[in-house]
Design a protein. Structure first.
Length: 701
């Protein structure tokens, strides 16, 4: 290959050098091309394609933007042919040609020196044989060429015949040319040197299908070319680089192909004319002229298209679902805000209301809502209104019940207040309390409401007080027992109440129950008094009987004409005499005894016999007389005690007058304390008279 020199650029101000051409030295056409986002690349088959680094878009045809820029660049280059091709660069930048560093024997081309007078550098580019075909439009530029003598020694065994073509440049004095800053490389290991050689190949853009000769032309002038001293090592590293690069290029191609498929899929998914029902033939007619369609093979295109249709169907279904939900919510909000729609509104009425609603009339999507969905939404709204109506009714009912309950509770408290003040108790009557109850507002609030009436509550309250009677009566008895107070016949209720109220346990007692307890205790006291009086009467009867028995058993027997003063001394030491403490009582008993003795003796001696025809009649009369006497005697002495003593007379059936008189005397003896008679017979009238007299005496106080 011909000898070549590479241009580098040196900044006199920053003392920096670079291989790439600075923007300050680029021509306007080059600057326009560098700013264009479209770059040209080649596929695996060598076919050029264009890639936009900003939009990530790729296409096979040359973009119109790039064509316009290249046209402008060609026009600028053609217009510059009439004058000297000197490029005015930045004062701080100068370009120089490097001598061949890696191939000895190749003479270095003269360097370009900036003009000292104009303080500007004249740049003359040296183009190698491999860079000639870089741009066809650049061939219109005029170059000044000069022959350069070949070097004395060959470059290497690879380059036996090398012709060097260099572009002539303006002679720059050596003293004004800055020193070339050469990079020096050092590798500690062979692996590092091999890696540096591979990086050189990658940096120079050596592709995987390049030959060794083509690669040599691109890397031979770089100092890293000598990283591996042996040619075999260079070729081995070159082959390894090609394998690795081929993998990377395939991976890059795969990624680009994947990106093109994804781009194609996104294009179809987002295109406005694509739907889930669009057929492939129709899509091909619409998009066949677009690069995004043609960059994907037919087989993959069909597969992607099917996936897109599935995606669009799912998307449309989701959109329909969202639209249905949106329309549902919109219709629900409209119905909620329509005050004239109640739980009694019909569907036909609701439709007319919706047509008159401005929000519904302005919403086209809502007007296109499915009628069945609209009806279902309306039904749910009506059910919600019915539920609200039912809840309102329940709340109203609960409020009314609560009001009634509070009225009852207030009336109950009113009764408690009356009870606490002593106006209401267990003995209270409704008619007595009605004037007091009816004058209170709490009584008026109870009127007209269902359930318990004021009368019912009053009765229940009084019954509850009465039910407490037995418990409170025990408390009252305990208080009386603790106070040592006994209710007597002459005890007043005021005294009783004072004793009860002095105890703290009486604070919970009902006044009516206290009165009932007092009445009960007073009745018991009266019963005790009556029993005591009866017992005193019985004792007195026994004393009188004992006294009469003493008189009857007196020895000698007493005569009817005997006086008390005459016989008193005879009985002083008798216990029956001492039991009757009052002298007046002794005289009364003696007088009664003597009176009975006198009359009974007279009756005994008046008759001794009776006619036999009257025996049966006399027997019946005696039986009746005895029965009457027995009934009176039982009333005073109790039936059980006297029944046995009366049975002998009842068993009597004799009709003899003496025997009948004997029974009369026995009866009189028992009635008056038991004394013996002579057995004289008495008439029926006299017996009845005697019996009545005896009963009157017994009943007398």
């Amino acid at each position: 290959p011909p000898s070549s020199h590479k241009t580098y650029y040196y900044n006199t101000e920053t003392k920096q050098s670079t291989w790439e051409k600075p923007d300050d030295l680029k021509s306007p056409a080059e600057q326009m091309l560098s700013k264009c986002p479209w770059k040209e690349y080649k596929s695996d088959t060598g076919k050029p394609y264009y890639y936009n680094s900003q939009t990530k878009e790729s296409r096979w045809t040359k973009p119109k933007e790039l064509e316009d820029l290249e046209g402008k660049r060609a026009a600028l280059l053609l217009s510059s042919c009439s004058y000297n091709p000197v490029i005015v660069a930045s004062p701080s930048w100068s370009d120089f040609r490097t001598a061949e560093a890696t191939a000895p024997g190749v003479a270095a081309a003269p360097a370009v020196q900036a003009d000292n007078t104009a303080a500007m550098a004249t740049v003359m580019e040296v183009e190698t044989a491999t860079a000639v075909s870089e741009d066809h439009l650049s061939q219109a530029a005029v170059h000044l060429t000069a022959e350069v003598k070949p070097a004395d020694a060959p470059v290497a065994s690879l380059e036996s015949t090398a012709a060097t073509e260099a572009t002539a440049s303006v002679e720059v004095p050596k003293e004004e040319r800055p020193e070339l800053q050469k990079k020096t490389y050092k590798w500690n290991t062979k692996e590092e040197a091999k890696q540096a050689f591979k990086e050189l190949l990658k940096e120079k853009g050596v592709s995987s299908n390049s030959s060794w000769e083509q690669a040599m032309k691109m890397i031979i002038n770089d100092p890293r070319y000598s990283a591996l001293p042996k040619l075999s090592e260079k070729k081995q590293a070159f082959n390894a680089y090609k394998v690795q690069t081929e993998k990377e290029e395939k991976e890059e191609a795969r990624i680009k192909y994947k990106e093109s498929k994804e781009t194609f899929q996104r294009f179809l998914e987002n295109h406005g004319k694509m739907t889930s029902t669009t057929r492939y033939k129709k899509a091909e007619q619409m998009f066949c002229e677009q690069e995004v369609w043609s960059c994907v093979p037919e087989r993959d295109r069909l597969e992607i298209y099917e996936d897109v249709l599935f995606y669009l169907a799912k998307k449309e279904k989701e959109q329909a679902k969202q639209l249905r939900k949106r329309n549902w919510e919109a219709l629900k909000n409209i119905l909620d805000n329509m005050a004239n729609v109640t739980y009694r509104t019909t569907w036909s009425e609701a439709q007319q209301y919706l047509l008159d609603n401005p929000t519904f009339a302005e919403d086209e999507e809502l007007q296109n809502m499915d009628k069945e969905d609209a009806l279902i939404c309306f039904e749910e709204h009506i059910r919600a209104l019915e539920k609200e109506e039912e809840e309102d009714k329940q709340k109203t009912l609960l409020r009314e019940r609560r009001r009634q309950r509070k009225n009852r509770e207030s009336f109950q408290k009113f009764l408690d207040e009356l009870h606490d003040h002593g106006q209401l108790h267990s003995m209270s009557a409704w008619m007595e309390m009605y004037p007091t109850l009816s004058s209170d507002i709490r009584f008026a609030n109870m009127l007209g409401q269902p359930g318990s009436t004021p009368l019912d509550l009053f009765k229940f309250y009084v019954e509850d007080l009465k039910a407490r009677y037995h418990d409170e009566k025990r408390i009252i008895k305990d208080i009386l027992k603790d106070k040592g107070f006994l209710v007597e016949v002459n005890t007043s209720f005021d005294d009783f109440g004072s004793v009860i109220s002095s105890d703290k346990r009486a604070t919970t007692l009902d006044a009516g129950n206290i009165k009932l307890a007092f009445n009960s205790l007073l009745e018991k006291a009266e019963a005790r008094e009556r029993e005591r009086e009866k017992e005193e009467a019985r004792k007195m009867k026994r004393k009188e009987a004992a006294f009469k028995n003493m008189l009857k058993q007196a020895t000698p027997p007493l005569e009817p004409e005997t006086s008390w003063e005459g016989v008193r001394e005879r009985f002083l030491k008798e216990s029956a005499f001492e039991d009757v403490t009052l002298e007046s009582e002794r005289k009364r008993i003696f007088k009664d005894f003597m009176h009975v003795l006198e009359h009974e003796c007279q009756h005994h001696h008046s008759k001794t016999k009776k006619h036999s025809k009257k025996s049966k009649k006399h027997h019946r009369k005696r039986s009746r007389s005895r029965s009457g006497s027995e009934s009176e005697d039982e009333e005073y002495h109790k039936k059980k005690k006297r029944s046995q003593s009366k049975s002998p007379s009842e068993r009597s059936s004799s009709g003899e007058s003496g025997e009948w008189v004997f029974h009369i005397c026995v009866f009189l003896h028992r009635a008056q304390g038991g004394w013996d008679t002579s057995g004289s017979e008495l008439s029926e009238g006299e017996l009845e008279k005697r019996r009545r007299t005896l009963l009157e005496q017994l009943d007398a106080p």
